[in-house]
Unconditional design. Sequence first.
Length: 245
Amino acid sequence: MHREKLELTLERLGTTTSIDDLQVWAHELRDQLAVSHVIYHTANLRGEQVGAFTYGIDWVRHYIAKNYRAIDPVVLGALKRFHPMDWKSLDWSGAQARAMMREATAAGLGNQGWSVPIWGPSGEFAMFSVNHHATDAEWEAYTRDHAKDILLIAHLVHQRARRIISGEGEPPSAELSPREREVLARLSFGESRARVADGLHISENTLRAYIDSARHKLGAMNVTHAVALATARGIIVPNGALPKY
């Protein structure tokens, strides 16, 4: 996947204001992840079930009409787990599950999948999945290389969907410490990590700790994403300086 383009796609997630907009965004994400499909859907989120997916609408309608949710090994598996799961690890031995997969394949779904269950308060549940056409070896390599990105994306999409459904605005700026803000500001100005550490009279290990802390608070997937989010939220300004308060 092209890292810079993926980061731009994740930045645009913050501009989605409706489920329809999120649906369009899902197609952009699919292209950046270089998979056949991406799927996000909720259950028991403020009494609503919503989704954003790249499956064909005919398959979605067929899935709902057949009530496949009740026998889908992916859904049933996710409801019992808190960690990402490869679809190959699930129980596909039932005749109904095998028949559903044959129909899904005929409708254009891939033979491989990886899902992230997302749990929240009061039984809130959602799931983010990537689906693809690949051999077992190819899929194992893909999920190994991109597992962390997919896990973060799953939670970023869920956070955005929750804000859309609840009608909330943008989240408040993360409370970064002055040193975390200064680190991101210097990095945004194009300084190398070694130069930033030297300028702040700290070790590169300490600098890494500040960066990781800032990334966690901002919900960023890497340093570039953290700088972009901090800039967009007014925590730092584009020329590398700190905003005046």
